[in-house]
Design a binder for this molecule. Structure first.
Ligand code: ADP
Length: 494
């Protein structure tokens, strides 16, 4: 029998990617295109939804063409995507009525604060596991309905569709036949009750959003639709979908209660598998479905930090003190370890566990002796401090202190960062052989749908460690670092 491939679409914040996986988890080939972010006003972040589609389609087609004539070998498609990013389109034309509003966008901060002041946060958290923050889709949908001319009337008539990026791609891939999403993406809209697993009328009323906009919600392994025949030369079934962080949890094989993964890409997202019982966080973390298989939900506790690698990008593009992100490692190693600088990357407010949409980034503690190297080092150190804040909150919430964490994402290429992370967490950090855990997670879901894998046991067996970082820092230095960090955080909170 000939080898079967899985086509995995990974539509991220900074790029759209298509990857072809073999059944043994090895990668055949990749195509990728950078995606432009638009900043029309302070705090606003948008993308052109047509770019998202065109780049994704190009990546898939280029990949398939390069493999020609083995199209027959592609068994199934998996999709993973930047979560929360909000698109509304016309059901007749398929055209978006406004740009995609990106998850980092803060334009609805006052609206969310208003709901919080009216005392709605408890109800929202009880139903969705989320906290009232502009991060999630609900307030972004409401903004489009209330601010783009003619949109509310069309929505009330049932002429429009809302979707997160997975949903929009599925609509386009199936030529408008499928208006669907999966439970992990639905759970980030703030309109989906993760306990009853239904769109929630009380939440829809709170945000004043017509139910007709919403997609059907499926398990992570399901038939999501079949691609239009003209796109790829033959119709292909989409059999697995998950939001990027849940896909990474799957790619990292964190299937046992208490296992943790932390992804360092544009932002940093730490998820711990908490098993099959919903538990509301008492420490300002999120509760989110990790995955739902055959109708059975496994939950995760999530810490979301908005800026991780994006701080390195800013040092490169905004400040110009780096040529390439990778240079940050050698610069950090040349810095004075006792530099005294704190870098708080609150460029888009602060996420967990602070949730302050108005906080601003700051570089503190500078003296004349400091150099660019020290600032770069402080930016990398910040990743570890932010992660430690999340680990403390998880421990307080669950009473569980994980023995190790599995880390991935672009930033884990940086060995200074990963060693400092192990030092500050005071626990080993494991880096997997396959760094593309997100695309891999979606591929596993699709492969399970297509019968290429039997169960998550196959995925656990395929996980392999590449590198491991053990903590070496003494307690005195660690405590001094953590004290300086917590003092600095207090200064940027609004
Ligand atoms: P995303 O999936 O969110 O687009 P990636 O996982 O591809 O992000 O990671 C890209 C991020 O990692 C960028 O913000 C980049 O600045 C950062 N990055 C990549 N390589 C390094 C490195 N060697 N050192 C520090 N940061 C890096």
């Amino acid at each position: 029998m000939s080898q079967k491939y899985i086509l995995s679409i990974d539509q991220g914040t900074t790029s759209s990617r298509a990857m072809l996986f073999r059944q043994d988890s090895s990668v055949v080939d990749v195509r990728q295109k950078e995606l432009t972010l638009h900043y029309p006003h302070k705090g606003w972040i948008e993308q052109d939804a047509e770019d998202i589609w065109a780049d994704t389609l190009w990546a898939c087609q280029a990949l398939i063409k390069a493999q020609d004539p083995s199209l027959e070998q592609i068994a199934v498609i998996g999709i993973t995507n930047q979560r929360e990013t909000t698109i509304i389109w016309d059901r007749k034309t398929g055209k978006p009525v406004y740009n995609a509003i990106v998850w980092q966008d803060r334009r609805t901060a006052d609206f969310c604060a208003g709901l919080k002041n009216k005392g709605h946060e408890d109800m929202v958290q009880e139903k969705t596991g989320l906290l009232l923050d502009p991060y999630f889709s609900g307030s972004k949908i409401a903004w489009i309905l209330d601010n783009v001319e003619g949109v509310r009337e069309k929505a009330e008539k049932g002429d429009l569709a809302f979707g997160t990026v997975d949903s929009f791609l599925l609509w386009r891939l199936t030529n408008g036949k499928a208006h669907v999403t999966d439970v992990t993406n639905a759970s980030r809209t703030m309109l989906f009750n993760i306990q009853t697993q239904q769109w929630d009328d009380e939440l829809l009323a709170l945000f004043n959003i017509p139910k007709s906009l919403l997609p059907e919600v499926k398990d992570n392994i399901a038939e999501f639709g079949t691609t239009a025949p003209d796109l790829f030369g033959k119709p292909l079934t989409v059999g697995g979908v998950a939001g990027d962080q849940q896909a990474a949890l799957i790619g990292q094989a964190c299937f046992t209660k208490g296992m943790v993964k932390s992804t360092y890409g544009t932002g940093c997202f730490l998820l711990m598998n908490i098993g099959d019982t919903f538990k509301k966080s008492e420490n300002r973390l999120l509760t989110t479905p990790a995955y739902r298989i055959n109708g059975k939900t496994t939950y995760a506790s999530e810490g979301a930090i908005f800026v991780a690698g994006a701080a390195i990008q800013w040092l490169r593009d905004g400040l110009g003190i780096l040529k390439h992100a990778a240079d940050s490692e050698s610069m950090a190693l040349q810095a004075n370890p006792e530099h005294g600088v704190s870098f708080i990357p609150a460029f888009t407010g602060l996420g967990a566990p602070w949730w302050d949409p108005h906080a601003k980034a700051a570089i503190m503690g500078l003296t004349r002796e400091n150099t660019a190297n020290d600032v770069v080092r402080a930016a990398l150190e910040a990743q570890a401090f932010q992660t430690q804040d999340l680990m403390s909150a998880i421990k307080a919430d669950t009473g569980h202190d994980p023995a190790v964490i599995r880390a991935d994402g672009g930033l884990v290429e940086n060995n200074f960062m990963t060693q400092f992370l192990a030092d500050i967490l005071s626990k080993p950090v494991e880096i997997p052989k396959n760094a593309e855990t997100t695309a891999q997670g979606a591929a596993y879901l699709a492969g399970l749908y297509a019968g290429l894998y039997d169960s998550f046991d196959d995925v656990s067996a395929a996980w392999q460690q590449d590198r491991n970082f053990d903590p070496v820092m003494d307690t005195k230095h660690r405590d001094a670092h953590l004290t300086q960090w917590s003092d600095s955080i207090q200064r940027v909170l609004n």
